[in-house]
Design a protein around this ligand. Structure first.
Ligand code: ARG
Length: 564
């Protein structure tokens, strides 16, 4: 990225400031084939400004632009193909990474302004679904990415802990529940009760009435209802926290839907004052026909508030409490309409910050091409999936490296990392096919492959016994064989920028796979551990690779074992 900017500046000067630097920078391409240079500049746009043929311009420019950072420049038709000075760029890059260490690639776009990230947000008394897994993994990575870009991330787990379903659950528990069973296996037991409620309600409609009345008691603050609700919530959160611990995910807030109970009257009042509430089918709604959206339901006929009402209160609370510069919602694709309505209502209320709210949708997790669901007690328990992945990682360690110390820690890092990487390596809108075997492969684009490459690089440094020495001493090395790796290292800041602009961690996942592949190829070609005049420079390059791979994995929320 840096060299693209440098080239743009040089062109800017040579062209007598005729064309904006940013525009020039945008015109610069990165040739797919390195034989066509490291950077290419097409002269078609200039041809229009200069009223000369692009080929002539290319020829003229090639004679005028000069800098020690260019090794040579070739003119091919209307293109300038620019070959960078390998020695200069390589030594500069390795020195930069060596001095900045894990700060390499940091961008100061954010000026420490807050970004709230709504992520994970499972529903209590229900299993943690694959959708919640995706939200957790993508949101967690985005938090690291915005932080790397200079913002202050605030991770909010908007727990689904309120709604009519809790009236039904209390009814079911009072009728058929067993405290011991709930304590032993809370989510499974509560789900069983919930399913039973629906089955029984088919023949006994009075149950529905009881459910409604328990929810009313809950909303009115009835002590028994509240304490049961609190208990279900605590037990569920405790179960979720085991999953978060496995994945190393932390939150700044667990303010869920119930947190906004006492903050909704205000929302309704504000909507009334702004004359946005209208009656429709006995319910209170905000009309959004101007926006070509269906009306947003605010209050039901019995006065009960809804998911959307709570999200309105939450948005106001987040603005007032955190003064966010950006407010992200990492929630599945199927809620796109909800977020469009939410943002449209806030916009109608006159809040200019509504434009700073972004829904970050994602596709489904599929098993054999079908949606993986948690319906009807037939549950794919995420915790079991993670534990199975850890067990498989452990087996593979026993096979490949039986003498490894602390196998269990490494197995956890690899097993969990594999699941997370699998989720992050594709653009988030794509549906992904769930397959533990694929996730855990040591070859191909997998988490273990990147981790393994990192561990291999660490082992080279250990063997050379020069730790993470990155200072460059004058050497004879031409940096020819190293060049592919070096160029990729210079690209890291770029990958981070793209992942931020598109809220897309896969940019980083793909980048670290590329870097790992280039490094492995280099490792196969060059005897790095051979003691010679080039060794010092080569080890410095290996150290740079370890720094960038580790930092890339960290941005995805994945750990990097030094041995595996
Ligand atoms: N609990 C919701 C669900 O499982 C997701 C909540 C997303 N966040 C929000 N602010 N609406 O569908």
């Amino acid at each position: 990225m840096k060299y693209k900017q440098k080239l743009a500046l040089i062109l800017f000067e040579v062209l007598g400031h005729e064309i904006d630097v940013k525009e020039l920078e945008m015109l610069i391409e990165k040739p797919k084939n390195q034989q066509h240079g490291d950077l290419a500049f097409p002269c078609f746009t200039l041809a229009k400004v200069k009223r000369k043929s692009p080929n002539v311009i290319a020829q003229e420019l090639s004679e005028k632009i000069q800098s020690p950072i260019f090794e040579r420049i070739e003119v091919v038709g209307a293109y300038l193909n620019i070959f960078l000075n390998k020695k200069l760029v390589s030594e500069d890059t390795v020195a930069e990474i060596g001095s900045q260490k894990e700060k390499y690639g940091a961008l100061n776009i954010g000026n420490n302004r807050p970004v709230t990230i709504d992520l994970s947000s499972p529903n209590i008394a229900k299993p943690f679904s694959m959708g919640h897994l995706r939200s957790t993994v993508i949101g967690n990575s985005l938090a690291f990415i915005v932080e790397k870009c200079g913002y202050k991330p605030i991770r909010i787990n908007h727990i689904g802990d309120w709604g009519t379903q809790f009236g039904k659950l209390i009814t079911a528990y009072k009728l058929w529940g067993d405290a011991e069973k709930v304590k032993q296996n809370p989510i499974k037991e509560l789900l069983t009760l919930y399913v039973k409620f629906h089955e029984e309600a088919e023949s006994d409609p009075s149950l529905v009435e009881q459910g409604r009345s328990w929810f009313k008691s809950l909303e009115d603050g009835d002590v028994e209802a509240l304490s049961l609700w609190q208990w279900f919530r605590d037990e569920s959160l405790q179960e979720f926290s085991r999953i978060y611990e496995l994945m190393n995910v932390e939150f700044d807030s667990f303010a869920g839907e119930a947190f906004y109970n006492d903050k909704m009257d205000r929302v309704v009042k504000l909507l009334e004052e702004k004359q946005l509430l209208v009656e429709s089918d006995q319910a209170q709604v905000v009309e959004l026909s101007d926006e070509e959206l269906p009306p947003c339901l605010i209050k039901k006929s019995d006065g009960a508030t809804l998911y959307a009402t709570r999200d309105l209160a939450a948005a106001l609370y987040r603005k007032e409490n955190y003064d966010f510069d950006l407010s992200l919602y990492v929630v599945g694709n199927e809620q796109s309409l909800h977020f469009k309505q939410l943002i449209a209502v806030l916009d109608k209320m006159g809040y200019s910050w509504a434009k700073k709210m972004v829904h970050i949708p994602f596709g489904m997790m599929l098993k054999d091409g079908k949606k993986m669901s948690t319906r009807k007690g037939k549950v794919v328990l995420l915790e079991e999936v993670l534990n199975e992945s850890i067990a498989m990682a452990k087996n593979s360690i026993e096979e490949k490296n039986p003498n490894l110390t602390d196998k269990d820690t490494v197995a956890k890092q690899v097993g969990v990392g594999a699941v997370m990487f699998h989720d992050l390596k594709n653009f988030r809108m794509n549906d992904i096919e769930f397959s533990l075997e694929d996730m855990l492969r040591f070859e191909g684009e997998t988490g273990p492959y990147v981790q393994y490459t990192y561990a291999r690089a660490c082992s080279i440094l250990r063997k050379a016994n020069k730790a993470t020495e990155t200072s460059i001493q004058p050497s004879s090395i031409s940096w020819e064989k190293e060049w592919k790796v070096v160029i990729l290292l210079t690209e890291f800041p770029n990958a981070i920028k793209r992942s931020f602009e598109q809220f897309d961690p896969s940019q980083i996942a793909k980048y670290i796979v590329d870097l790992a592949q280039a490094f492995n190829k280099y490792y196969a070609e060059v005897k790095i551990l051979e003691e010679n005049a080039d060794q010092h420079a080569r080890l410095a390059l290996v150290a740079s690779v370890t720094i960038v791979l580790k930092e890339g994995m960290r941005l995805l929320g994945i750990e990097a074992p030094e041995e595996m």
